[in-house]
Write a protein that binds this ligand. Structure first.
Ligand SMILES: [Zn+2]
Length: 144
């Protein structure tokens, strides 16, 4: 998951932002783990955190190499979920730019992967895990 702040030194975060970031981070990894174990339970085998581009920042969370299906589990905060994503009020300009860069990176990854013949599935951390697994299965089933 792309929850790195490595681009620039982040501004000092207020307590609300800190809580949001932390909640998102732990929730996100929990959702990814849950999705992975559900897919595994269904007999699916896959690779984790593969760099499919030269740029290591575009690592894919769950990779099905034979079917060429790439699954990202996106945190609501870091990837600007339409329901839960919004820039923190404090240091708003910095956060807006940061989150915009994340969105641009996601869009670039989607395009580069599909140009290379991959199907991309993006799962929000707020999604129901069983439904997300169904969605991944449907994409896998459609790929022969
Ligand atoms: Zn969300």
């Amino acid at each position: 998951v792309n929850n790195t702040l490595a681009d620039h030194t982040p501004p000092p975060t207020d307590e609300v932002t800190r809580r949001r970031m932390r909640a998102t981070r732990s929730k996100n990894s929990r959702v990814e783990l849950a999705l992975r174990s559900e897919l595994h339970r269904r007999g699916r085998r896959f690779y984790l955190h593969q760099a499919l581009f030269e740029n290591k920042r575009y690592k894919v969370d769950i990779v099905f190499p034979r079917k060429k299906v790439a699954v990202y589990v996106d945190g609501c905060f870091w990837h600007s979920c339409p329901q839960h994503g919004s820039a923190p009020k404090s240091h708003g300009a910095w956060w807006s730019a940061k989150l915009a860069r994340n969105r641009a990176r996601d869009a670039f990854a989607n395009q580069a992967l599909s140009e290379a013949g991959w199907a991309v599935v993006r799962v929000w951390e707020h999604e129901d895990v069983l439904e997300a697994a169904d969605r991944v299965e449907a994409v896998l089933a459609a790929r022969t």
